[in-house]
Design a protein around this ligand. Structure first.
Ligand SMILES: Nc1ncnc2c1ncn2[C@@H]1O[C@H](COP(=O)(O)OP(=O)(O)OP(=O)(O)O)[C@@H](O)[C@H]1O
Length: 271
């Protein structure tokens, strides 16, 4: 068995299109330790969501494979929970019912009281206990995202996959959620892969930042370890020289050399 918790090996991903085959990814190799927080960053269209979808089991790679905790990923499953940018809550169910649906589906053999306790626990973890009986349409975008995170965590996933989870939020709400996520991560020790376009977010949250080259045939260009001590404080880091060096390294990867995207390319929207 691999000593790595999550392993992507030799992954190529080709899509069939009207114009023939399109090779989105070429030879992607990545290994995560249990409890590691890894961010994926790269220009729009380089293949970040494709990598996440492969780990989620939503795509099957053209070559190579994904192994999680010693088992090959061959389809979606509750041990790989996904948090999307647009939360994807069911609008006709309350906040509590949205989480209960996931819990009931994943733990059908647990008693009702135990399942209810689990739902409550994760609602409290994201500070949403007070809104348990509200509908998604009655809460803010940031609150919806908290519920989405609670729902994903409530099924005890082996890996949490986050696709730009805070991308649609205003800067202050985003900062609050990043802080909450760091607290939750410190408490639960989840293994996380997060896609982001935000360099500051990547440096603040990650143990490593995986920087992808531009497609087609995108691959991992560089992996940057983030050795900043935890817990991390955004205000203190704003005066930290090492933080700025790391930030600069990511910016230079994205905007210099072969990864540079023309300013005319409207798809380039890396912050
Ligand atoms: N089902 C598909 N069929 C054909 N091409 C696809 C499919 N899914 C993705 N692609 C292509 O693969 C490439 C990578 O797409 P992907 O969505 O993974 O990029 P991304 O880095 O997540 O982009 P963004 O940052 O804009 O969300 C793109 O060129 C995209 O058009």
């Amino acid at each position: 068995m691999s000593k790595h918790y999550l392993e992507l090996s030799g992954i190529d991903m080709r899509f069939r299109t009207d114009k023939g085959e399109f090779e989105a990814l070429k030879n992607v190799n990545l290994r995560l330790k249990k409890g590691e927080f890894v961010s994926l960053i790269g220009h729009s269209g380089c293949g970040k969501s494709t990598v996440l979808n492969l780990v989620a089991g939503l795509h099957e790679p053209s070559s190579g494979g994904v192994i999680l905790d010693g088992r090959e990923v061959d389809g979606p499953g509750p041990e790989r929970a996904v948090v999307f940018q647009n939360h994807a809550l069911l609008p006709w169910l309350t906040v509590e019912q949205n989480i209960a649906l996931a819990v009931d589906n994943t733990f059908p053999h647990q008693g009702k009281a135990e399942r209810q306790e689990r739902v409550r626990h994760f609602l409290e973890l994201v500070h949403m206990g007070h809104a348990a009986h509200k509908l998604p349409g009655e809460i803010s975008g940031g609150m919806k995202q908290r519920v989405g995170i609670a729902r994903a965590l409530s099924v005890d996933p082996k890996v949490l996959l986050m696709d730009e989870p805070f991308g649609a939020l205003d800067a202050l709400t985003r900062a609050h959620l990043q802080d909450s996520l760091m607290e939750i991560q410190a408490e639960l020790g989840n293994t996380v892969i997060m896609i982001t376009h935000d360099v500051d977010e990547a440096v603040l949250l990650s143990d490593r930042i995986v920087m992808m080259t531009n497609g087609p045939s995108a691959t991992i260009g560089e992996i940057l370890p983030i050795s900043l001590a935890r817990p991390r404080n955004r205000v203190a880091l704003s005066d930290d020289g090492h933080y700025h060096q790391l930030r600069r390294r990511v910016l230079s990867f994205l905007y210099e050399g072969h990864n540079k995207v023309s300013p005319l390319d409207k798809k380039a929207r890396v912050a």
